[in-house]
Write a protein that binds this ligand. Structure first.
Ligand code: PLP
Length: 429
């Protein structure tokens, strides 16, 4: 069966043949990234952040899995061509993106609304500059991806916090507070993390509509960062913000999309911003021409187009594997370290773990996880003070690595004086 036919700009046809029941990728396979330039495995970065360079790393939000085989094959083929002169992005590139969104999210994006950006964070920074002034307020919903805060502060804007509420059903948006923050005269923008990193919420259509209505009423523009949109667990569905809200409200939005997380191609991809308003779009594109940022990287064009055209089967298998890693982790915590609680994720390959049962302050927990457990997890307080007592862990890794990390955490916890007796069963089982 042909699962994909990719026609590249050079006219090469790349057909990928697979049997219906053939598994493409062995997600249990370990790849040694320790001597590559992988940020997650960089010993000096670990030393800097955790005070030790020999940790088992679960911190940087990428996967330990190889990208889809079709992407690897296409990149090798392109590399072998040997000519790396100036290139353009063909029509088929843009079409691959809109096709993916139509098929996977029922979002029919007009190709003319797509704007290319170096990365999601560079797009966010440009949009902050174009749509707010120095000193203006920008809302974020902590605990949230820490680079939002950096982008706001680096651009001399004011961080306006609308913390998520932790309820018995999980994290929710505090809409009363959102309205209060949005109504402040200098509040001009909201950076929405959808799905939410690190708490794993996949916002519902109703929640997104409420956000949209509040922001529109107070003239607050919305950047929807949807980089995690394709990693969704069974029973949940990602709704693009611009699709959830009315057309009028969508005109005041910017949606950042990217195949980086979906196919584990962060170092060979660019990102895309969907900008429905024609003037805002022209403004965004002008920035690129003003600073001559338009040069095309042949490898990212090939990786992105091939991933969106042919990555479907790989993604389905990857999602199954992530789901079983999540089930494994949930069971492991319940059996061996019940005082560490999983905040059940609805999406993303990141889990938000509640260590408050250990009664440690934020710095103590950070040092305990690194120095005693030997694992590199993102400390919860990096995501805002609401994250103190929590840690984020990437579960996109072979199950044996996940098990090893969890067993190191369990051993460290069981060696604590007052929890030593709370061990349930053999932690290596
Ligand atoms: C919510 C979110 N946005 C943006 C990024 C970074 O994207 P980029 O590398 O394209 O700037 C990440 C990476 O972890 C993320 O989780």
């Amino acid at each position: 069966m042909i699962i994909a036919r990719l026609e590249t700009s050079s006219g090469q046809a790349l057909d990928t043949f697979r049997n219906e029941d053939e598994t493409v990728t062995n997600f249990d396979q370990h790849y040694d990234r320790s001597h590559s330039n992988a940020e997650k495995w960089d010993t000096s970065a670990m030393q800097e952040h955790f005070g030790r360079d020999d940790l088992l790393p679960f911190w940087v939000a990428d996967m330990e899995f190889q990208a889809p085989p079709t992407v690897r094959e296409a990149l090798v083929k392109r590399a072998e061509n040997g000519i790396y002169g100036y290139e353009y992005r063909p029509e088929s590139f843009f079409n691959a993106i809109t096709q993916w969104y139509t098929n996977h999210h029922r979002w029919k994006i007009d190709e003319s609304e797509l704007c290319i950006s170096h990365s999601v964070m560079s797009a966010i920074s440009v949009l902050i500059n174009q749509h707010t002034d120095k000193g203006d307020g920008i809302i974020v919903q902590p605990p949230v991806f820490f680079e939002f805060r950096l982008a706001i502060l680096e651009n001399k804007r004011k961080l306006v916090r609308n913390p998520l509420k932790k309820t018995t059903h999980g994290y929710e948006i505090d809409f009363v507070d959102l309205e209060k923050q949005a109504a402040k005269p200098r509040t001009k923008m909201l950076i929405l993390c959808s799905p939410h990193n690190p708490v794993g919420r996949v916002w519902t259509k109703e929640e997104l509509q409420r956000i949209g209505e509040i922001c529109y009423k107070h003239n607050v523009r919305v950047i929807a960062d949807e980089i995690h949109a394709d990693i969704i667990y069974k029973g949940y569905q990602h709704t693009p913000y611009a699709m959830a809200v009315s057309e009028e409200i969508a005109q005041q939005s910017f949606t950042c999309i990217s195949p980086a997380k979906t196919f584990n191609i962060a170092s060979v991809t660019e990102s895309i911003v969907v900008i429905p308003d024609e003037n805002y779009r022209a403004q965004f594109k002008h920035f690129s021409s003003k600073y001559a940022l338009g040069k095309v990287n042949a490898f990212s064009v090939i990786a992105m187009e091939t991933a969106y055209r042919t990555g479907e089967q790989w993604l389905a298998e990857c999602l199954d594997y992530l789901q079983s890693n999540l089930d494994f982790l949930r069971d492991y915590l319940q059996q061996h370290i019940p005082n560490v609680k999983l905040v059940e994720p609805e999406g993303t390959f990141l889990v938000w773990l509640d260590f408050t049962g250990l009664n440690m302050d934020a710095k103590e927990l950070e040092s305990f996880l690194a120095k005693k457990a030997g694992v590199a997890l993102n400390s919860g307080y990096w995501f805002g003070r609401q994250g103190a007592g929590y840690a984020r862990m990437t579960i996109a890794c072979p199950r044996s690595m996940l098990k090893q990390g969890l067993s190191q955490v369990a051993q460290a916890i069981h060696s604590l004086p007052d929890t030593a007796t709370s061990s349930k069963g053999d932690i290596d089982s």
